[in-house]
Design a protein. Structure first.
Length: 340
């Protein structure tokens, strides 16, 4: 067994242990102080019954469905590479993701009603469930319709979904929670992730209301930064956002100029940590540059003895960053499996 194969086996074993323990390292918890402030801001702008203010100010905000969906994506790559022992993990994760749907769609913190539904959670859940063969229209029809109702004329879709059709309400919601251009919720990495989920749905399940919006979204996304990367709003650095965007553009085809520009940037701006090195590897693979044995060896050599990789900061809420050994391990596993 070579170095990369051994690293893959150790990573799968680590993720299996995390699975058996219900992914403790994938849980993102928002502290009570932040939760209360979140509710105060929401209640001041949109109103909230006193009982709900009391309930949600003390709500235990724990999100891991999004991260389990990310890990499931890597496990699905492992199954396709011949690691059939990952199939039961995928099946159980898919059942968990379906149960995590919170009404019309998915929230980053399930059950925390002041937090709007978001495109990232919908897109990532869709990808995992579609690849697992468990995406059904009853789970996604209304969710995709809600996302489509939050599309902008330029092709972007708001990260957070306003359920009220009043344009003033939607603008107000984005003024509070939106990032990206002019605080409107136009976030490249979220649009790319959502539309990739919609694209997989259209190709493997059937038509959805987001289908006609995939092309305009890709045209909007093709307007990358001059150096070739895409700037993230909710993630640390530029590697995750660049990966998700080139993945969509590559899947659609016809955006070689943008992906070539991204590849030039990625080959000149090598990441030093295992998470962003893995994301670079995955992005370059979608740009037509599969990883070399040396690049994969660098990722394998940074693995811990227990099969995991370091918890590198991934999410950025502009106040506190968050990372996870389990999530880093999922991306590193996915990168190692990208070998030709």
């Amino acid at each position: 067994m070579n170095t990369v194969d051994a690293a893959v086996s150790r990573a799968i074993a680590y993720l299996a242990r995390q699975h058996d323990a219900v992914y403790p390292d994938a849980a993102h918890v928002m502290g009570a102080y932040s939760t209360a402030k979140f509710v105060d801001v929401y209640a001041a702008r949109f109103g909230l019954p006193a009982a709900h203010v009391q309930k949600f100010s003390r709500f235990h905000c724990e999100g891991k469905a999004f991260h389990i969906a990310l890990i499931t994506d890597a496990l699905q790559d492992a199954v396709e590479a011949g690691h059939g022992e990952c199939r039961p993990l995928i099946e159980e994760n898919a059942a968990y993701l379906r149960k995590s749907k919170d009404g019309r769609s998915w929230r980053y913190f399930p059950g925390f009603e002041p937090l709007p539904y978001d495109g990232d959670s919908l897109g990532q859940s869709a990808q995992a469930l579609i690849r697992a063969g468990h995406a059904v229209p009853d789970d996604f029809d209304d969710a995709f319709a809600l996302a489509a109702a939050n599309a902008w004329d330029d092709g972007a879709v708001s990260t957070f979904f306003c359920e009220n059709p009043d344009p003033q309400q939607r603008t107000a919601l984005n003024k509070i929670w939106g990032r990206g251009r002019d605080d409107t919720g136009r976030d490249a990495e979220v649009v790319a992730n959502l539309m990739y989920g919609a694209l997989l749905y259209e190709r493997h399940v059937g038509p959805c209301t987001l289908g006609p919006l995939i092309g305009p979204a890709a045209t909007w996304l093709a307007q990358q930064q001059p150096m070739g990367f895409w700037r993230a709003s909710w993630y640390v650095g530029v590697y995750y956002s660049t990966y998700t965007t080139v993945r969509l553009l590559h899947a659609l085809g016809g955006y070689d100029q943008a992906t070539d520009r991204a590849a030039r940037f990625l080959t000149q701006a090598q990441a030093s940590d295992p998470l962003n090195r893995a994301l670079t590897t995955l992005a370059l693979t979608h740009c037509g540059h599969p990883p070399t044995h040396r690049e994969l060896g660098l990722i394998a050599d940074s693995q811990f003895p227990d099969g995991s990789w370091e918890a590198i900061p991934l999410l950025d809420n502009h106040a506190r960053v968050w990372g996870s050994r389990a999530v880093t391990t999922g991306f590193c596993l996915k990168a190692l499996l990208a070998a030709p």
